[in-house]
Write a protein that binds this ligand. Structure first.
Ligand SMILES: Cc1ncc(COP(=O)(O)O)c(C=O)c1O
Length: 441
């Protein structure tokens, strides 16, 4: 397998190609040059793919439904440069911590476009959200509802909220990333009556203004059906709450979870197909329930940044165990991408300095960290690899660096944004000085 054989797939960024030097290039930048200039491991984001994805989400949803907001789920990947780009594209943000909120604030992101999520938001984080005028706090449980109302009373303000409900729908993804089922730590469960209790209290809360409901089913969701199923349950519940408690359903936030293509054999639905399934079912369910269609909010994370990002590693040593396995080690691994270790996630790879290389052997790409489980790709067919080769792993833009660590006191990789042949640093590589800067003797 070589790069040309999946040139037409949606695994690599849109601008990926092979240049006159015969190297892989992205955004007009030669990956061999990027490795020389910035070192490896390196994360490369293609600005064109990012901007096109923002536009695709806005246009596919807005062309099908009159009132739509797209809020990027910053847990997938967050840097100040990315937040600034999203701000220019007119998107909102979903944040889950004081840290993500602060990064947004540092680039003057319009706070009224920010949703604050989390199943155990701290008192300090809630106060920060209130003081900074966040658009909506997505209340996850009854404890938070009480605490937030008290804090708003102390501050003398009224805060917009959504209630996160758990509709009891299984999106058929990894158990660790399934969130909308009954046995989940997230949200107020509809089936147990907890969500109804939440609505009854929220509409009475003096300093809270309940704008509507939120659910998030899980991620990545490769099927369309879970979305209409979730919407059906949520709209039926909302209609009952309108009748019983006078709920005003101004917004329905259906979360994120839209899948991207990681490997050739698993293509996800297109954004247009998710948009069609979601908007059609929302219109139909509202009509069936006899309620006014609310503003629709979607929170794509992975699907907005995943394809734009490529991880670039340098190949080191190989270990061939005859009749068992050949391990090829690279200079990164689970500290910058823990997804294969915790979810069994699959990836493709291409030799960036000779993507058209001939021949093939089956190898296992190992990371450099002190865990046997630090394997990036198992049993991948590639042309024979040499020490010094550069290996590019596509679809690495989401939940890689966002979940990275300093395991083995390693330094996090640099991140560059590429466009029109130019690369600029979004984040510099961490230094050993950074690693010890917070320690006391
Ligand atoms: C509430 C909420 N919204 C949106 C997302 C984004 O999901 P994805 O990155 O799969 O689009 C998540 C992911 O965990 C989430 O918890």
């Amino acid at each position: 397998m070589n790069f040309l054989s999946f040139k037409d797939t949606v695994i690599f960024p849109k601008t990926a190609g092979i240049n006159v030097a015969g190297h892989l290039s992205i955004g007009g930048c030669d990956l061999v040059d990027l490795a020389d200039e910035f070192g490896t491991p390196l994360y490369i984001y293609d600005e064109t793919t990012l901007i096109d994805k923002c536009r695709e989400f806005l246009s596919e949803f807005q062309s099908r439904y009159p009132k739509v907001k797209v809020a990027y789920a910053s847990k997938a990947f967050m840097t100040r440069g990315l937040a600034a780009l999203l701000k220019r594209q007119g998107l909102g943000l979903d944040v889950v911590s004081g840290g993500e909120m602060s990064a947004a604030k540092s680039v003057d992101f319009p706070m009224e476009k920010v949703y604050f999520h989390g199943n155990n938001k701290g008192r300090d984080e809630l106060l920060q959200a209130i003081e900074w005028g966040l658009g909506s706090i997505v209340v996850d449980n009854l404890h938070e509802l009480r605490l937030l109302d008290e804090l708003c009373q102390e501050k003398g303000v009224t805060q917009n909220i959504l209630l996160r409900v758990s509709p009891g729908i299984d999106p058929h993804t990894h158990a660790y990333t399934t969130t909308g089922v009954i046995d989940s730590k997230f949200g107020l469960t509809i089936a147990t009556g907890q969500a109804e209790d939440g609505v009854a209290r929220a509409v009475k809360a003096k300093n809270l203004r309940l704008l509507g409901l939120h659910f998030h089913l899980g991620s990545p969701i490769f099927e369309l059906e879970p979305y209409p199923a979730g919407i059906k349950v949520a709209v039926k519940f909302a209609a009952e709450m309108i009748e019983r408690y006078g709920l005003k359903l101004e917004e329905l936030n259906v979360g994120g979870g839209f899948a991207i293509q990681y490997v050739r054999q698993s293509p996800p639905p297109a954004v247009s197909e998710y948009a069609e399934a979601i908007t059609t079912s929302l219109k139909n369910e509202c009509e069936r329930a006899g309620i006014e269609p609310p503003t629709l909010v979607v929170e794509p994370g992975r699907s907005l940044v995943g394809r734009a990002g490529v991880a670039l590693y340098r190949v080191g040593f190989s270990k061939d165990i005859p009749d068992v396995r050949k391990y090829v080690s690279v200079d990164g691994g689970m500290a910058d991408n823990i997804r294969p270790a915790i979810y069994g996630s699959l990836y493709e790879a291409v030799i960036a300095n000779r993507p058209l290389a001939e021949g093939s052997e089956v190898v296992t790409i190992a990371g450099k960290y002190c865990e046997s489980g630090d394997i990036l790709i198992r049993d991948l067919e590639l042309p024979p690899l040499n020490s010094g080769d550069l290996l590019a792993l596509p679809a690495s833009g989401a939940y890689n660096l966002a979940m990275s660590s300093n395991y083995n006191l390693s330094t996090r990789p640099a991140v560059v944004m590429v466009k029109d042949g130019a690369a600029r640093l979004l984040r510099r590589r961490e230094s050993y000085q950074d690693l010890i800067a917070l320690d006391y003797l």
